[in-house]
Design a protein around this ligand. Structure first.
Ligand code: ADP
Length: 303
């Protein structure tokens, strides 16, 4: 059994829920969230959640991104930016093995998740997707009540205990509780777009993920709803590691700690392959980038 799962079993105080799935154990090592806050603070900068090394992803044998390398540190927000089609979504999908679900998609290279090969033969992709949650471009609530949207994941994985408490905590963490606490039985489709997106984030949080992946989470939202999601991301990073794909550069600059800039490279006529031209502190990317293409992109001269 992995350290994280063992810790969760021994500590039912992990939001008061013992996760029965944990008892089965999966061969993924997840660094526990230390209870000693000062120790956590001290280690924070060094903890690497994802170590992406030389990754090439192809669809039907045609490479879409090549030789991608970057790391994601714990409790930081890492942004992937770049023009449309350069492979940002492809890359973020690799981080929770969503590309496994696309026929003909192949991933070469290595992605270490807390030091273990995410694509190793003993790793269960279903368990991976529980620990590494994903929020999509367009809010996608289920056609169910607000309550059942949140309770769905915990029920599927067999969480026992106080489901009302699980739902309330997830909605509170997603900064939605106050707006919906008196209408939990209403259909989720009656919420606004921004509320639906926060519901989807709450749904993701309800199964106690380790990492949250967000693929253009605000692209369908108005500026006010976008600002709320950005504020929420900044709150959530106290507990979770977040990777965000965005083509909104101001958003990347506002919320992220590290930024990877992907650019398309033309190969074989009009076929393009995305690769990272620069990966650095977000402040550096936006004020003093090393790469000329990064500079042109972040200053709006290309892209
Ligand atoms: P971005 O997120 O930067 O817009 P994508 O990852 O969506 O880029 O796309 C990168 C390349 O991979 C594009 O050429 C796109 O056509 C291709 N691609 C993405 N998804 C698929 C898929 N499911 N099947 C085949 N090709 C795909």
């Amino acid at each position: 059994m992995t350290d994280e799962l063992r810790r969760r079993e021994q500590d039912p105080g992990h939001d008061g829920v013992v996760d029965p799935v944990a008892r089965e154990g999966v061969p993924i090592h997840i660094e526990g969230r230390a209870t000693d806050a000062s120790k956590t603070q001290a280690r924070r900068a060094q903890e690497v959640v994802f170590d992406v090394r030389g990754v090439t992803v192809s669809y039907a044998g045609v490479p879409a991104v090549r030789d991608i390398a970057f790391d994601v540190r714990a409790r930081e927000i890492t942004a992937l930016i770049g023009p449309s089609g350069c492979g940002k979504s492809t890359m973020i999908r690799c981080l929770n093995r969503m590309n496994d679900l696309i026929p003909g998609a192949t991933v070469e290279g290595e992605i270490l998740y807390n030091g273990e090969n995410l694509y190793g033969p003993r790793v269960d992709p279903v368990q991976v997707r529980k620990l590494i949650g994903m929020v999509f471009q367009k809010p996608n609530p289920f056609p169910k009540s607000i309550y059942d949207n949140i309770a769905f994941g915990p029920r599927v994985i067999g969480m026992k205990g106080d489901m009302d408490g699980v739902v309330e905590r997830a909605l509170k963490r997603a900064a939605l509780w106050e707006e919906v606490k008196d209408r939990l039985k209403e259909n989720a489709y009656r919420l606004s777009g921004g509320q639906q997106q926060r519901l989807c984030i709450a749904r993701c949080l309800a199964v106690e993920p380790d990492v949250i992946l967000m693929d253009e989470p605000c692209s369908a939202l108005d500026p006010i709803a976008t600002a709320r999601i950005e504020d929420l991301m900044l709150e959530l990073k106290d507990r979770y590691s977040i990777v965000i794909v965005t083509h909104n550069m101001q958003q990347a600059a506002r919320v992220s700690d590290m930024t990877a800039v992907l650019m398309p490279e033309v190969r074989d006529g009009d076929q393009t392959i995305g690769h990272i031209v620069e990966y650095a502190d977000t402040g550096k990317i936006f004020t003093n980038p090393d790469n000329k293409r990064t500079e042109e992109y972040v200053t709006g001269r290309v892209g």
